[in-house]
Design a protein around this ligand. Structure first.
Ligand SMILES: [Fe+2]
Length: 591
């Protein structure tokens, strides 16, 4: 018996429990602390995850599942096909059917062993390149030990080359339909179906994919339910993810992202040590930039052992995670991500054939959810000045499980915040709206529009919004400092405080109190030379899906019905102008 196993005999959350499969929410909270397992790791306390087994184990069940697509290096010609199988696959491959006939493309294996329950996940990735732009292909994946009657089918349409209209969609915070898991809910199945119903070229999944880290005894099983749920759309069009705080898992890599990074093969950012953490890709006249905001936010919201019992890994030999331990990764790239972002933005805005710059990240610079996390000064300090300088048009986030739209913002209002407890002035660098006039059309060359699209499918909608009772204005909470764990009310427990500051949310243009669930649909029109280009944004919400609407108290249930909540148009002058010159970057540092 190992030392770890011996110790588990004396702990409330036993090794046997950890290996027995899903715990109920009640069991989990009782075993790991009432505050839940929500956030960060004290460096030095935790050991690295167990390495994948060597020598290689015998092949198991190679039946493909969890099929999902992502863009390759050039979305017009390259697509990555990824999947997993219950055991190790023999000769995993993609069968590709297109205008050039059929070919078989071998896949590369990537596996990892979960650092908490010791389960090994087997994933496979095949790069399809040399494809024709704007062309449909059929795919199917299989293996030598595929037990299914037929290969698992999918399809993809490559991106158009050059300026062309196209559609994309976005939400985050999806979870799974398996309600045995913490934060999972039936809406996540309808959310995937909603994406598919709009037939976008691709979907931006803006973080907090499945909340595996809230189910620490069964992380790979949660990922499996997630993968098999979103396969209903992700097998037919790329789903491009970014990491959220709930992709950060104890004992799974230096930033806890091993599961995420193993399951997705994402465009190369060229930054050693951080491949897949952040990336960009280009489609037509738009550059899309996907960031990992865990690197810059002050808030501590990733894996967390709340106590009073330690979190005890099963079968891995790793020591228990002590109560009060959180996996806090702020600053992990040492500035490498921000340097990459500056280079990428500068290159995009200097390119006369690029009109639009769209950013996705998980956490929020501009959210006024009352029950959610709110806004974070870390993003405002680190990245909003770059968004201003290079005229980022649109920022898509999740994290708060609701819908909110900002007015176009540029620069900031200095010292507009106050301490949430004392009322003393606080620097929140409040984003400055360039207009506060309700309108259906906004010029994003004058300011960046932020959208909160956190309404994928979790069981915890957060569509209750802040209000300053003193003046009736909208109010946002803002993290301006780390909320590291502090002792909780019960002996041996720990908790993390909410945001430390508040501000009047003068930048907030629209909020949806009807439901936390929805999907945004974006239609890009490249326009004509010398004219304007537009993105028409339609937000569809699933009214009635909240388990209990916080604003009305009405109990609801998952629903397949997504109806239009609002439509607005973003516009900007086409790059290149009449004389073929790119726009100059407008550097502003207001206030
Ligand atoms: Fe989140």
């Amino acid at each position: 018996m190992t030392d770890t196993a011996d110790r588990t005999n004396h702990l409330p959350l036993s090794r046997r429990q950890l290996l027995a499969g899903p715990l109920s929410r009640r069991q989990l909270l009782a075993g790991a602390g009432g505050a839940g397992l929500l956030a960060a790791v004290a460096p030095g306390v935790l050991r690295p995850p167990a390495a994948s087994a060597a020598p290689a184990p015998a092949p198991g069940d190679g039946t493909p599942e969890q099929l999902h697509l992502t863009w390759g290096s050039d979305p017009a010609t390259s697509v990555v096909v990824s999947w997993a199988s219950p055991g190790r696959a023999l000769a995993p491959r993609v069968l590709l059917d297109g205008p050039g006939g059929r070919r078989s493309v071998p896949a590369r294996e990537r596996s990892y062993t979960d650092g908490l329950n010791g389960e090994t996940a087997w994933t496979y990735h095949a790069v399809l390149d040399g494809l024709s732009p704007d062309t449909s292909y059929r795919i199917a994946v299989t293996a030598g030990n595929d037990a299914a009657a037929a290969p698992l089918p999918g399809a993809v349409r490559t991106a158009p080359a050059g300026r062309a209209p196209f559609r994309f969609t976005s939400f985050g915070d999806l979870a799974t339909p398996n309600t045995a898991w913490v934060l999972s809910y039936g809406q996540s199945r309808y959310a995937v179906a909603a994406v598919e119903s709009f037939q976008p070229l691709f979907h931006l999944l803006n973080g907090d994919l499945c909340y595996a880290n809230l189910n620490p005894a069964a992380q790979p099983a949660v990922w499996r339910d997630f993968g098999n749920n979103n396969q209903a759309s992700a097998a037919f069009r790329p789903w491009m993810p970014c990491p959220g705080n709930h992709e950060i898992e104890f004992y799974n890599g230096p930033q806890g992202l091993t599961s995420y990074l193993t399951r997705y093969q994402l465009p190369d950012n060229g930054v050693p040590g951080f491949r897949g953490h952040w990336y960009s890709f280009r489609i037509g006249s738009a550059v899309f930039i996907s960031l990992d905001a865990d690197d810059v936010v002050y808030q501590d919201a990733a894996a967390f052992a709340g106590g009073p019992a330690p979190l005890v890994p099963g079968a891995t030999g790793s020591p228990p995670v002590a109560p009060g331990t959180s996996f806090y990764v702020r600053g992990y790239s040492g500035g490498a991500q921000t340097r990459w972002l500056r280079r990428t933005l500068a290159q995009a805005r200097a390119d006369g054939s690029v009109d639009w710059i769209v950013v996705q990240m998980h956490q929020d610079a501009a959210s006024s959810s009352a029950t959610g996390n709110g806004s974070d000064l870390g993003i405002r300090e680190e990245w909003l000045p770059l968004f201003d300088a290079y005229q980022v048009d649109l920022v898509l986030c999740g994290h708060d499980h609701d819908y909110e739209r900002s007015f176009p913002v540029r620069g900031y209002d200095s010292m507009a915040g106050r301490d949430a407890v004392t009322g003393a002035p606080v620097q929140t660098r409040r984003p400055h709206p360039v207009t506060t006039t309700p309108a259906g059309r906004f010029d994003t060359s004058a300011g960046t529009v932020h959208l909160i699209l956190g309404g994928g499918g979790t069981s915890a909608p957060l569509d209750e919004y802040g209000e300053d009772t003193a003046d009736g204005l909208r109010q946002a909470k803002v993290f301006t400092k780390p909320n590291r764990p502090v002792p909780g009310a019960a002996p041996g427990t720990f908790t993390r405080a909410g945001a430390d500051a508040v501000e009047d949310a003068t930048w907030s243009a629209m909020r949806d109190p009807a439901t936390g669930y929805g999907v945004a649909v974006f239609d890009l029109d490249p326009g004509e030379p010398g004219g304007e280009t537009t993105i028409t944004v339609r937000y569809f919400h699933a009214a009635g899906a909240d388990p209990k609407n916080p604003n009305t108290g009405v109990a609801g249930a998952p629903t397949p019905d997504y109806t239009e909540f609002e439509t607005f148009i973003l516009s900007r002058p086409r790059a290149g102008g009449r004389h073929g010159r790119p726009h100059r970057a407008a550097v502003q540092t207001a206030g």
